[in-house]
Design a protein. Structure first.
Length: 251
């Protein structure tokens, strides 16, 4: 079913009664380019939300806006994380409030070992997981702790990037296309990790081109098209709606 009649009402209530994470009518621009055009959605604590849509739909821009990066610039709307107003914050404050963005390019710091990459994530409070706890979840990172981060395989770099977010006191994990360029067996491994992270009560927004994999893992889905929300509902509903998938996801 496309946007439910009561969805707008639910979104409108977000400003007064925020969900765990609530995006309310956000509008964001790259210079003069109006890209995020009134996006609203809620994420419940502990769930995985798949944020989907075709190439250029505005998924990355929406994540960047939520993380309060300078570009695109948020000009209108509210973003609440666990009762904290992210729309009034800068990126470093949003990070301190518990938001962790793992961007598409993974941003492993060249010249640093795996362990140094992790330690750098803990340079300022609030500190999340200990390095040893990270190695329990990601044994491969433990085995490669003295290896330079940029020499890891694509899958291991993705793990390191997620691990760095866990080294902060994380409430909301934003993942931008974590499966991109990875072999199916490695995707299986990352997926298992995301299930473990969910079991720990951490809330996740998963942006993926591999929509079927994302929907099989996610509780709910939001679909974007040209900078706006065209669907908000359960992941199962999207998997079962061939017409919707064909129109907005090309699958
Ligand atoms: N830095 C930028 N400056 C101007 N326009 C941009 C920039 N980055 C992305 N866009 C435009 O914003 C739109 C949404 O892009 P994006 O958020 O990257 O989509 P998605 O992640 O869904 O593929 C696209 O039309 C893209 O060309
Ligand atoms: Mg993108």
């Amino acid at each position: 079913m496309n946007v439910k009649p009561d969805f707008t009402r639910e979104a409108n209530q977000a400003a007064t009664a925020p969900a765990f994470f609530s995006v309310h009518d956000i509008h964001a621009y790259y210079g003069e380019s109006y890209i995020v055009q009134g996006v609203s959605f809620n994420v419940h604590e502990g769930e995985i939300l798949a944020l989907l849509g075709r190439n250029g739909a505005g998924k990355t821009s929406t994540l960047r806006t939520c993380a309060r990066l300078d570009n695109p610039e948020l000009k209108k709307g509210e973003i609440w994380l666990d009762h904290k107003p992210l729309h009034l914050m800068k990126a470093f404050e949003a990070s301190q409030a518990g938001l962790g963005l793992v961007p598409e390019d993974r941003r492993i710091i060249p010249g640093l070992t795996v362990e140094e990459n992790l330690k750098l994530a803990q340079i300022a409070p609030p500190i999340g997981w200990s390095i040893e706890r990270v190695y329990e979840l990601f044994p491969r990172l433990g085995e490669r702790r003295t290896q330079e981060g940029t020499t890891l395989s694509g899958g291991e770099q993705q793990m390191l990037s997620i691990a760095r977010a866990l080294c902060r006191d994380l409430k909301l994990l934003l993942l931008d296309e974590p499966y991109e360029g990875l072999a199916p067996v490695i995707v299986d491994e990352i997926e298992k990790t995301l299930i473990e992270i969910k079991k720990l009560g951490i809330t996740t927004i998963l942006v993926e081109q591999n929509a079927v994999r994302a929907l099989e893992l996610a509780d709910r889905a939001v679909i974007l098209d040209t900078g706006g929300v065209v669907f908000d509902g359960s992941a199962a509903e999207v998997l079962g709606d061939e017409a919707l998938r064909a129109e907005y996801l090309a699958i």
